[in-house]
Design a protein around this ligand. Structure first.
Ligand code: FES
Length: 329
């Protein structure tokens, strides 16, 4: 997965305060799923976005959550997110479902894209599980608008839990629906993937198990163009058990990361205004350039070559394998 790296800046205000939004519409999309339409507050504008992008939403209760944009990239000054109410979650989605109201004024980040779409592919296979349909839907809209060859596999536990069904049907693309309560517990992903053309691009977003299976099967089948977007952490954060030092390259300042603390928390405690969002290694907001040292990568954002290159790291969940890291901060 290609990730475009933008060097972080030290700011007085976090990146998320750059866009001021109003909640215009909250719509029931499926059982436990609502969509939220956001428009700019008077006097401001939203930048355009690419399919696969997400935004960080700064909720009035202090929580920050990342959500993929599911609307058309042709829309101007409109962002639409889909939110599953995760009852056992950390409370962000529950807040949106139970307390966020039309007319609320909230802050959001500019769109960021860790899941870019290759628009010129000979054929594109989109695979969504549950609310993972959100970035996939934006991709489907974009490819349809371009007249590109695209198909969708959409898996949900049941029909009533499948969001955006009418929007998908209106696109007129080939769709294979898999509802667990009608078609069996798990879709046969190997059989599905094995019968697609090998030079297609494959995109998947959904639950962790589904994405793990997808990546494994694509590897076994030799499908070279496989892309995933994860919205849940796959690894525990690298809360250090042995201390290490961090050198801030722009000031020469040295910080000690002590046991039980994350690198991000150490930086924030020292007054370094590091951009961040999910704090789970999922959104990419905290990607920071590494000047020297060996990071202990724990995120799901960096691609394989970025991990091996060690030139960039996510400071929210990743740590240090050695005794010293130097960062471009
Ligand atoms: S804050 Fe989201 S990846 Fe670090």
């Amino acid at each position: 997965m290609l990730v475009v790296y933008h060097p972080p800046r030290v700011r007085n205000k976090p990146e998320a305060t750059q866009l001021r939004a109003t909640v215009h519409v909250i719509r029931y999309e499926a059982q436990r799923v609502v969509s939220v339409e956001l428009r700019p507050q008077p006097g401001s504008k939203f930048p355009d976005f690419d399919a696969g992008s997400h935004i960080d939403v700064y909720l009035p209760n202090g929580m920050v959550r990342s959500y993929s944009l599911c609307n058309s990239t042709d829309d101007k000054n409109l962002y639409v997110i889909g939110v599953l109410n995760v009852e056992a979650g950390r409370g962000g989605s529950r807040y949106i479902h139970e307390q966020l109201r039309v007319g609320a004024k909230i802050e959001i980040s500019k769109p960021r894209n860790n899941f870019p779409l290759h628009e010129g592919a000979v054929h594109t296979v989109l695979i969504a599980g549950g609310v993972g349909i959100t970035p996939i839907l934006s991709m489907a809209r974009r490819l349809r608008a371009l007249g590109q060859s695209v198909e969708l596999l959409y898996c949900a536990r049941s029909r009533v839990e499948a969001a955006f069904v009418q929007d998908i049907e209106a696109l007129g693309i080939a769709v294979k629906w898999h509802f667990n309560d009608e078609h069996g517990e798990r879709v046969d992903l190997v059989q599905f993937l094995a019968t697609r053309r090998r030079d297609a691009h494959f995109y998947a977003c959904g639950p962790t198990q589904m994405l793990d299976d997808f990546e494994r099967h694509c590897g076994e089948l030799g499908l070279a163009h496989a892309h995933v977007e994860r919205f849940a952490a796959r690894y525990a954060p690298a809360e250090t058990t042995k201390p290490y030092r961090v050198e801030l390259g722009r000031s020469g300042r040295m910080l000690d990361v002590t046991p039980g603390k994350t690198l991000l928390q150490t930086l924030l405690d020292a007054g370094i205004d590091v951009p961040h969002g999910c704090k789970q290694g999922v959104c990419g907001a905290c990607k920071t350039r590494v000047l020297s040292g060996e990071p202990d990568h724990r995120d799901t954002v960096l691609n394989a070559s970025e991990r091996e290159g060690n030139a960039v790291m996510t400071v929210c969940v990743s740590g240090c394998k050695g005794e010293l890291l130097a960062l471009d901060l």
